[in-house]
Design a protein. Structure first.
Length: 467
């Protein structure tokens, strides 16, 4: 296991790419870390939250990931590379936590297979260049699952230190991403199933987690702005998400060339995973099975699906695939079939990974904050606009971080009058049109030419002063 971690650390660390994709979440996390280091109010990021466009991002993010970034920002300042190394470190820790969680469930060859499928997957290699909370969240989730697992495997009552560690871990997951609360829900359900009641251990763990959540809400971040997103929950979006996440999970076997090969591999391995899940549920409903159900339900209900939300399920996915093959060996008494199945899985994975890696870009990130045109845009804004000016821009959180200006955006407007109302509300002084904007936004400026003055432009963006 250590050999895998060392190899992954070397490969990931030596292949970092310059720059960062546009995104948006990363800039808000960094801005929170910047505020913590510089002693500013946590929420003062320059991002003007638009409740009508809640999917762009909440007013604030939970504080755990910004706290993880604080040492990098404190020592190296606004430098993306050390922050990426922080993400790599947490990926290595996540692999270790996954190993701890599965080591009593899988024998060595199956365990190493599952871990290798994760460690060397092209998707995680790509994720190393994005400063996002998903990898630390993965780490805390599997540390929490491991601690819960060990508690119920032991015949002794949990010690106080174990309860405290679990409470801190569950909060850390929640304080990284709000979906971490599913760990606590899973614990309570597991407690009822295992002990036929809510035990003092579960109550104490819940109290520790709850106190930390309240403190977070008082001093850093509350989830109230997520209410605007949950207001859009409906049956149609949930059904669409169920289909979407099935497609997203199939991308685990994306080879970059053949969709048919991907679908065949996904079908075979998913049948194996579902078979393993069913067998395990018949025997006992453990924390892994409970968490899987609640997490899948949560991301399906949440109205806006993203591939990143699938990340905590990927270790479970490869676990159940490996467990199904192990079951052939130990329970059905067919070791030869199990060995051939394991070999076939490894060969297929190697072929898929090699094919996908052959299609990937290993140079600087082409479209993102380090692109020449975007660097020039940020420089112009810092040099030629007032500190208090407000901008209308497709990536407001990125602009706020890189220029120190306030910014907001609204993408779904039904009339020019509605957009003008929004611009007046945020007291916008500048209107930026770029390659990321829809024709609707670009046409607005064309229709209202008398109200705008072009003050800067390059190949990608046009900056207009609102008259």
């Amino acid at each position: 296991m250590l050999a895998i971690m060392v190899l992954v650390g070397i490969v990931y660390g030596s292949t970092l790419r310059a720059g960062h994709p546009w995104g948006g979440d990363f800039s808000q996390y960094i801005h929170h870390a910047k505020n913590l280091v510089e002693g500013r109010a946590y929420h003062q990021t320059g991002y003007i939250y638009n409740p009508c466009y809640a999917t762009l991002g909440p007013e604030t993010f939970p504080p755990v990931f910004p706290l993880i970034l604080v040492p990098s920002y404190y020592v190296f300042g606004f430098n993306l590379t050390p922050m990426k190394y922080s993400v790599i470190l947490f990926f290595l820790l996540a692999l270790w936590c996954v190993y701890l969680t599965f080591r009593d469930e899988l024998s060595f060859p199956y365990l190493i297979t599952a871990l290798s499928l994760l460690a060397f997957h092209p998707y995680f290699w790509e994720m190393k260049d994005e400063i996002l909370s998903d990898i630390p969240f993965l780490c805390f989730v599997y540390l929490g699952l491991f601690l819960i697992q060990k508690t119920y495997q032991s015949t002794r009552a949990p010690r106080k230190i174990s309860t405290l560690c679990l409470g801190l871990t569950i909060y850390s997951a929640y304080g990284t991403r709000s979906l971490g609360l599913i760990l606590l829900v899973s614990l309570l359900v597991c407690d009822v199933i295992q002990r036929r009641r809510i035990s003092a251990f579960a109550v104490t763990t819940s109290l520790i987690t709850g106190i930390l959540i309240v403190l977070q809400a008082l001093f850093f971040h509350s989830d109230r702005s997520y209410i605007d997103q949950f207001m859009q929950i409906n049956l149609q979006s949930s059904l669409q998400n169920a289909v979407l996440y099935t497609k997203r999970l199939s991308l685990f076997w994306n080879n970059g060339y053949s969709h048919s090969a991907r679908h065949v591999l996904f079908t075979v391995t998913t049948i194996a995973a579902c078979f393993a899940y069913g067998i395990r549920v018949k025997k006992t409903l453990g924390i892994l099975e409970i968490f899987s159900v609640f997490y899948i339900a949560a991301i399906i209900i949440f109205p806006f699906g993203q591939m990143r939300y699938v990340i905590p399920l990927l270790p479970l996915y490869v676990f159940y695939i490996s467990w199904a093959i192990q079951y052939l060996h130990h329970s059905l008494g067919t070791p030869r079939a199990a060995k051939w199945s394991l070999a076939a899985l490894l060969v297929a994975a190697f072929a898929v990974y090699a094919a996908q890696y052959s299609t990937m870009d290993y140079g600087p990130i082409r479209e993102g904050v380090a692109k020449k045109e975007n660097v020039e845009l940020f420089a112009y804004i810092k040099a030629h606009t007032d500190q208090n000016d407000v901008f209308f821009f497709r990536k407001p959180r990125v602009l706020a971080l890189f220029t120190g200006r306030k910014a907001s955006y609204s993408h779904d407007v039904h009339s020019d009058a509605e957009l003008w109302d929004f611009l007046r509300k945020i007291e916008a002084a500048y209107f930026i049109i770029g390659t990321l904007d829809t024709a609707q936004v670009a046409d607005f400026v064309e229709r209202q030419q008398e109200a705008f003055e072009l003050v800067y432009s390059n190949a990608d963006v046009h900056v207009y002063k609102i008259l």
